[in-house]
Design a protein around this ligand. Structure first.
Ligand code: HEM
Length: 551
């Protein structure tokens, strides 16, 4: 019999070789990590890790991501953020933005990836479509926005909505009640389809928006969706609420249109975007797909309601925290009131801030004095809104897909399949774009000799790029010429300029003119004002304030 093998010796030898191997492996891994970090020692963007890229840092800063980007973009005009399956390139340099939005526009569509993140919410609506699908919707919407009817209709509707909101504020002021202005703006102002939105819908819609935005940095979202767990399960629930409500609005509107046609009362058809799309998308039998219309409605809720409600909230916040701005604005609005009353030969109703009756009547009288041309003369207000959008752009980041490898004007290489995002939130805060006072709220920077002055087009990108870039300079007041240029430009299928810019200004000016003329706003002490991460720069906790009537 041979000698029994000494097991403990064998174990310890194996142990030793395991330990040796493990140590070797650990050293190699640490070495790789060290080399990886060494190579990044001069990098100005976020530090990356092998395999996961910058995902950890981006995830940890997700709730304050816009400011996280401000920090990096102030050190370097382009920030590259590699993630597990994709690389995001963030740009704040006007030359790069011009390249992506105009010069090489064809290379930067929304792209498949963006579409896959957003489809559940936006479907194939205008914000989430490329190619023919996009062109068709853009054309329909462009015709609508070029029409004078829409302008006239909007002026009336926006006035009506603001008066409703004013009635709520007037009541709140007499009982010193707190109001959430963001909710007020979302519900009372800002939709071209007056039956939208109701509360459960609005909540579910916001939740869905928050979760689809999270997909940009969540590499596990597809697995969660497949298993229907976590955020994706909540998304699924929210979309059901959104869809139920939207389809019911569409069915109701279709029935109204049918009834109006049957009885020959075409003037009973609500003249808004939804009716227009129902009409234009109808097949030879007069039917249009509910799914197509659902996508149209939801895209226009984001485009038309969320953007303006958000901007109005930030504008009120800025006005309320800067008494000098509030006062200048108040003076401009009072002066307009007196001038308009003289021109229209109207004697202004005397009112007492303690007496709701006379106060409310004067508010209504003021609202009647605000026609399209009068609003066009409110340059300081125009500057206040524009300055708000510079610092708090309703669309804080706007990502584009990359079709083919390309080199940006500053030499940054971008690869097909990745994404390039221009970042209006950061662009508005960069000293290299706006000078040393970039972070300050100064409406005066937009005024020259009391008149509003546009900034260079690729520096102020809150609305993408302005149509002036294509049609030469067109004064702000010439909406109709501008609309025709926009339409002409659209028929050639150029970049995706915001179609609602003029309508948005009209709406926001109407709302702020009435509210800031008659109310003084104060933030509820301790109320936190910060954004939340979603496609729109909404306030995470709303804007809670109290109001007082002004003389
Ligand atoms: C403060 C208000 C607003 C801001 C800051 C804003 C901003 C923008 C931005 C940045 C885009 C480009 C998005 C992209 O690249 O896909 C855009 C597109 C668009 N906006 Fe606006 N917008 C505002 C109000 C409105 C309003 C009131 C409407 C209409 C009711 C509107 C209709 C649209 C449409 C239809 C598009 C899609 C253009 C396209 O993809 O061809 N916007 N807007």
């Amino acid at each position: 019999m041979g000698e029994e093998p000494n097991l403990s010796l064998i174990w310890s030898a194996t142990d030793e070789s395991h330990v040796g191997l493990s140590m070797l492996l650990a050293c190699m891994v640490l070495g790789c990590i060290f080399i990886h970090f060494w190579n990044q020692r001069n990098k100005k963007g976020p530090k990356t890790w092998p395999l996961v890229g910058a995902a950890i840092e981006q995830f940890m800063n997700y709730d304050r991501m816009h400011d996280w980007l401000v920090n990096y973009l102030s050190k370097t005009k382009t920030v590259v953020v590699p993630m597990p399956f994709i690389t995001y390139t963030y740009i704040a340099d006007p030359a790069n933005v011009e390249h992506v939005l105009k010069t090489n526009f064809a290379n930067y569509p929304k792209g498949e990836l963006y579409h896959s993140y957003m489809e559940v919410l936006l479907g194939d609506g205008i914000f989430n479509a490329d190619g023919e699908l996009w062109r068709r919707q853009r054309k329909t919407a462009s015709f609508e926005f070029a029409s004078k009817n829409l302008r006239d209709f909007s002026t009336v509707v926006f006035r009506e909505y603001t008066l409703k909101l004013s009635a709520i504020l007037s009541q709140a002021s007499s009982s010193n009640q707190e109001v959430d202005m963001q909710v007020g703006f979302g519900v009372e102002i800002g939709t071209l389809a007056p039956n939208l939105p109701n509360n459960a819908f609005a909540k579910a819609f916001d939740t869905a928006n928050i979760i689809v935005t999270l997909r940009f940095i969540d590499p596990l979202w597809k697995i969660k969706k497949f298993l229907n767990v976590g955020s994706e399960a909540l998304l699924d629930k929210s979309i059901k609420i959104v869809d139920d409500f939207t389809y019911s609005v569409i069915r109701r509107r279709k029935a109204e249109i049918e009834e109006a046609r049957r009885t020959g009362k075409n003037n009973k058809i609500k003249p808004d975007i939804l009716s227009r799309f129902i009409e234009l998308s109808a097949d030879s039998e007069g039917n249009s797909s509910d799914k197509y219309l659902r996508d149209v409605v939801l895209n226009f809720v984001i485009a038309g309601r969320d953007t303006t409600a958000t901007t109005l909230s930030w504008a009120i916040y800025m006005i309320m925290t800067d008494p000098d701005v509030a006062n200048k604005l108040y003076m401009e609005l009072k002066t307009l009131e007196e001038d308009q009353a003289k021109v229209q030969n109207v004697s202004l109703i005397h009112y007492d801030t303690e007496d709701s009756g006379s106060f409310n009547r004067r508010v209504m009288q003021y609202a009647d004095l605000l026609d399209y041309d009068a609003l066009g003369r409110l340059y300081y207000l125009h500057a206040v809104i524009t300055e708000t959008l510079r610092l708090y752009p309703a669309v804080p980041q706007d990502p584009k897909g990359i079709l083919e490898d390309d080199v940006l004007p500053d030499g940054t290489k971008v690869k097909a399949g990745g994404m390039v995002t221009y970042v209006p939130y950061s662009m508005g805060r960069m000293e290299y774009n706006w000078g040393p006072d970039a972070a300050s709220f100064k409406p005066e920077r937009w005024l020259k000799d009391g008149l509003f002055q546009n900034a260079s087009p690729f520096k102020f990108t809150a609305f993408q790029i302005p149509v002036e870039v294509y049609g030469g300079f067109i004064p702000e007041s010439h909406l109709d010429i501008k609309a025709v240029c926009l339409l002409f430009h659209d028929l050639q299928a150029g970049p995706r300029i915001c179609l609602g810019k003029d309508s948005a200004y009209l709406q926001m000016k109407m709302a702020l003119a009435i509210l800031c003329r008659f109310y003084k706003f104060s933030l509820v002490p301790g109320h936190p004002v910060k954004y939340r991460m979603m496609t729109i720069l909404s306030m995470a906790h709303g804007l809670k304030l109290t109001v007082a009537r002004r003389p």
